[in-house]
Write a protein that binds this ligand. Structure first.
Ligand code: ATP
Ligand code: MG
Ligand code: MG
Ligand code: MG
Length: 565
């Protein structure tokens, strides 16, 4: 590729709308252009990076026995109604109607689609295990699309689904994917950590998130330097763990708002469809806190109950209301995010989150949180006592002081067990002749988010510094003067030789000052810049500058090729 022909329109100024570095640099370096909020065109350089990430992902999926297929983006409502997610998914789902007024959505994920597909054609244990995947655009009408490709409304995801006979099989598939994900992000040249994404409730190993470590990450993670404990802080164990569970107090008709609240909340949790609520807290009479966040459609009597115990139902789409409520809690720090698949709603503020976790922890039939005082479930000293694990707290596993970091979720793996196979009747006949639900897992990689995360982790004041395995090109050749025939001739030769030897190179043949070409080379972030100037012509010294280290090396025209490779 010759830079004179390359469609990579670079910008001198940082566009005002871009808050994070990857967004700024991808706009400035001519990688992406915006069509609408959270919806972007990928220009040729970005597309090359995405293809490279996809190739790595594909190779690792295939290595584990994954089979690639392609499912429809447009999905009929019926299968979502069967699992109940048509209503639960809420405003994050892009919905549309056909000319006959039938409901469809643009796939935010594909559990319904794949389970429906597999149930039709898998009947026997002999057809299992099965791992099927695709790499495709996903659609989520994010409440706050932002940070460029980091939180898009149309984005590229690899999603694999595993089908096994039993939980032992699921464990095996899960471990394979854990290993594949580790290889993927290592091969992409990223610094990352796998963290537990489940509270102990599902057993601790039910889900992992793969986090690229970066200051701009939306997630806070905690990890131990001495053992392998690592968790998403929102899911991390409470410290100190003061919660104990005891028999629940019955909610009586005479209870007034502000009393017996935990019992009522527990009751509320019990009557709500499982997993539609992840965040629940409560405003106490001491003026302490907070709210119930409910997602999906709930019956009127549930809302009444909420009002009765003094809680607030909040529509997640109603950002203003949310801001108002969060504004009244001291120290609101985090963004609101929610997980389409499991409807996890996270409202950050460590204190609030702890109360929420405490409440949810007591969310078992006939249980409730023991540290509650009659009338005032969360007194200030209890609130002070419960907090999220922090830097230097003892590791819940080994006791060593833990560390904290911020991360970008680039992938997540989940044990689904029989959640979807049960609701969609995906069963098989086992070797004992019995009909059983398939045991499933799902595994996602945010391909376009990984590209953005790579930049968040690899840049300097001059631009992007691509890790070589996912760089759009490996090298740029810059003749200092495009008018100098000897320089141009040598540059052409180097260009031909590099490409012939598997080094993907572009030739900056533009009639520009060297400073302009150098600036663009740094901004775009080619790992190597090969400069052909008077030194190359007169002294047979080809200058190679390493983007990451800034190191400049000189090689003879006989030597350089073996060095570059
Ligand atoms: P988040 O917590 O950031 O909203 P998620 O947990 O909802 O993400 P998953 O359902 O686990 O996302 O999807 C698998 C992967 O898809 C995520 O790990 C992430 O890398 C990517 N992803 C999810 N939402 C987006 C988005 N809006 N834009 C870009 N990538 C996304
Ligand atoms: Mg998430
Ligand atoms: Mg989400
Ligand atoms: Mg996730």
């Amino acid at each position: 590729m010759r830079v004179s022909q390359l469609f990579a329109p670079t910008l001198r100024e940082t566009p005002a709308e871009a808050e994070v570095i990857s967004h700024q640099l991808m706009l400035r370096a001519g990688f992406i252009r915006k069509a609408a909020g959270g919806i972007y065109s990928y220009l040729p350089l970005a597309w090359r990076v995405l293809k490279k990430i996809e190739t790595i992902v594909r190779e690792e999926m295939d290595a584990k026995g994954g089979q690639e297929l392609a499912m429809p983006v447009i999905q009929p409502a019926e299968m979502w109604q069967e699992t109940g997610r048509w209503s639960v998914y809420g405003d994050e789902m892009f919905r549309l109607k056909d000319r006959h007024n039938r409901n469809f959505c643009l796939g935010p994920t594909h559990e319904e689609m794949i389970t429906t597909l597999v149930r039709g054609d898998v009947r026997s244990y002999r057809q299992l295990p099965l791992m099927l995947y695709q790499i495709q655009n996903k659609y989520r009408d994010e409440i706050r699309p932002r940070f460029g490709l980091m939180r898009g409304r149309e984005f590229i995801m690899k999603d694999l689904y595993s089908f096994d006979r039993d939980e032992a099989g699921l464990d095996e598939s899960y471990n394979k994917m854990y290993d594949a994900y580790t290889k993927i992000f290592t091969r992409c040249g990223l610094t990352f950590r796998a963290v537990e994404a489940d509270s102990g409730a599902i057993g601790g190993s039910g889900s992992h998130e793969f986090m690229v470590i970066a200051e701009s990450g939306e997630a806070a993670i905690v990890y131990c330097g001495d053992c392998d404990y690592a968790a998403n802080v929102e899911k991390a164990e409470l410290h100190p763990i003061t919660g104990q569970v005891e028999e629940r107090l019955p909610l009586s008709e005479t209870d007034t708002p502000g009393t017996k609240s935990i019992a009522a909340l527990c009751q509320f949790l019990d009557i709500c469809p499982e997993k539609t609520i992840k965040t629940l807290a409560y405003r106490t009479d001491t003026g302490a806190i907070v709210l119930a966040l409910v997602r999906g459609d709930h019956e009127v009597n549930e809302i009444k109950l909420l009002n009765k115990v003094g809680c607030l139902r909040l529509d997640m789409a109603n950002e203003e209301a949310l801001a108002g409520i969060m504004g009244s809690c001291a120290g609101y720090i985090g963004p609101v995010g929610f997980d389409g698949r499991d409807d996890i709603i996270i409202v950050a503020d460590a204190t609030v989150m702890n109360m929420v976790n405490a409440v949810c922890g007591a969310n078992k039939l006939d249980k409730h949180y023991i540290n509650v005082n009659p009338g005032y479930d969360f007194t200030p000293d209890i609130i002070a006592d419960i907090r999220l694990i922090q830097e230097n707290d003892p590791c819940p596993r080994c006791g060593a002081p833990v560390k904290t970091a911020r991360g970008i979720e680039v992938g997540q793996i989940f044990k689904l067990f029989t959640k979807y196979s049960t609701s969609l009747q995906a069963t098989y006949i086992d070797d004992d002749g019995k009909e059983k639900p398939m045991v499933m897992g799902c595994y996602g990689v945010g391909v376009s988010r990984t590209m953005a995360a790579a930049i968040e982790q690899n840049y300097d004041q001059n631009g992007i510094i691509w890790p070589a395995p996912i760089a759009p090109y490996h090298a740029v050749i810059v003749p200092v003067s495009s008018k100098d025939e000897a320089q141009m001739a040598l540059a052409e030769k180097v260009y031909g030789d590099l490409n012939a030897n598997g080094v993907e190179a572009v030739l900056d043949d533009r009639n520009e000052r060297p400073g302009v070409k150098f600036k663009d080379a740094d901004l775009i972030g080619y790992p190597l810049r090969i400069t052909i100037g008077p030194k190359a012509i007169n002294d047979n010294l080809i200058e190679i500058k390493v983007r990451r280290t800034g190191e400049t090396l000189y090689f003879s025209s006989a030597d350089y090729l073996s060095k570059v490779k």
